[in-house]
Design a binder for this molecule. Sequence first.
Ligand code: PMP
Ligand code: GLN
Length: 378
Amino acid sequence: FASKLPQVGTTIFTVMSKLAADVGAINLSQGFPDFQAEPALFEAVDRAMREGHNQYPPMAGLPALRQAIAAKVQALYGRAYDPDSEITVTAGGTQSLFTAIAAFVRPGDEVIVFEPVYDSYVPAIETVGGKAVAVPLTFPEFSYDWAAVKQAISAKTRMIIVNSPHNPTGSLMGPADLAELSALVDGTDIVVLSDEVYEHITFDGVRHESLARHDALAARTLIVSSFGKTYHITGWKIAYCYGPAALMAEFRKVHQFNVFTVHGPSQYGIAEYMQEPRRHLGLADFYAQKRDFFRAQLEGSRFELLPCRGTYFQLARYDKISDLPEAQFAEWLTREAGVAAIPVSAFYANGRNDGVVRFCFAKKEETLAAAGERLRRL
Ligand code: PMP
Ligand code: GLN
């Protein structure tokens, strides 16, 4: 049969994690922690199951969880979102993103994305018949060229997808970026989709510039965050999307017939666990230590580290080690050096090659030290 998505292969995260497992490499490719979440979280979920919370939660998510999300967003970004009509709990950030795209993008619509681009956006756009229009971030600063965005906007532009803190580059949008974006979409009916799954992981005292902070942008933006990143539970696949009621009503039209609702006991457990703000507020320092530890491991190696201002990913140039293209270098590194990484070319449609790979440092120090020892030998 004819493929609907002939240009889509298997996601790089599956490819690299499988290769790492097959050859027994230290896996710094796919982004996930190799350490445990706190027992209090498991106990709260366990209690919910034993107390009988094992049937369908409400379609939009458990009210207590939506209230906890609203309280957190208000405390952090100063905007009130109505838990009843403006927040929906989803089966992971990936489902939030897909649902938002499916709810707004019609066949023939254009969606502006920024390259390097997280790998799920473009296939989701194409699945619903939209067309991704990629605007490159500058290299190697990975900052926004707003003049180029202005050029890319057309009468067909339905949505702009931004991601800060940015995967894979660790760059951040600043207040000036929000002002530029806001000026460009002012007077249009463009919807903004803001992927903020790393919202709590910014470094060196720089705050996360959520689009929720910005009046004009917040009025046209759906924001996505993920408990997977915040509470070290990527395998639970639980996240949320929030935005103004008119946008959220459209979002829920798709959500209700896509997953309908999300694993209930986890929602009870997380709602309880969220009551302690230090659990998300402490994340930046926690990961800053890991970033610094990993960067120190690579001192004296022939990798050249790019700045990392947020997320749990570190980019490294390897041109002093090899002139292989990124995909081949990542495979070689996994097989021969025993450390798996992600080729950044996987985040570009045209397979561009800057000689840069991405390492995930959401790992125990012993894992990072063992990887560092191998990487310093190259
Ligand atoms: N967006 C970005 C930028 C991500 O890095 C990830 C996960 N790594 C997601 C979305 C998806 O989040 P989830 O795992 O909750 O589906
Ligand atoms: N977002 C994670 C990463 O960037 C991977 C998520 C996935 O495997 N789909 O590594």
